[in-house]
Design a protein around this ligand. Structure first.
Ligand code: ZN
Length: 166
């Protein structure tokens, strides 16, 4: 089952390089997500999606702040919620509800936090789901916990994939 490991020095270097690369693309006005959709060269290690339809893609964050940290991406480019068609928002919430139930039922999350920031010169509408588990402190610090690296996620991707189809 998927777990989040502390990053070793090499993994931290790779994550830092990725962060820098994304920052440079944003500064020059390129959306890193759209670029990645086209060339697959920004996030080479992003995991396989557990859900995809004609409007959105859902996958586990590779550098998660919690077990089950999920990213929901729109396929079309919108800078943030201000540009998002409301029907798309409704669709995203309906899929989000399914995912939150899975994070609770399959991974044992007690609660799941949701956020969207999409800040900076150029960004791509996405939402983050951050599970909080029993015994973990309640509150906004859960949004900024240290990132780890995702391991052994394929089995959970398959599990979620199957449940999302059902
Ligand atoms: Zn984009």
């Amino acid at each position: 089952m998927l777990k989040v490991n502390e990053m070793n020095a090499e993994e931290k270097r790779i994550e830092m390089r990725l962060k820098n690369k994304v920052g440079i693309l944003q500064e020059e006005g390129t959306c890193p997500t759209c670029r990645n959709f086209e060339f697959d060269d920004v996030y080479p290690n992003d995991g396989r999606a557990f859900y995809e339809d004609d409007k959105i893609i859902c996958l586990f964050e590779q550098y998660p702040r919690a077990v089950g940290h999920t990213i929901i991406l729109t396929k079309e480019h919108y800078e943030d919620i201000s540009e998002m068609p409301i029907e798309l928002g409704t669709h995203i919430l309906s899929v989000t509800q399914k995912i939150i139930n899975l994070l609770k039922e399959k991974l044992g999350a007690e609660k799941v936090y949701m956020c969207t920031m999409c800040d900076g010169k150029r960004n791509h509408l996405h939402f983050q789901l951050l599970p909080r588990f029993k015994g973990e402190t309640i509150g906004s610090k859960n949004f900024v916990r240290e990132r780890g690296i995702l391991k052994d996620y394929e089995e959970t991707v398959q599990l979620f994939e199957g449940c999302m189809k059902a």
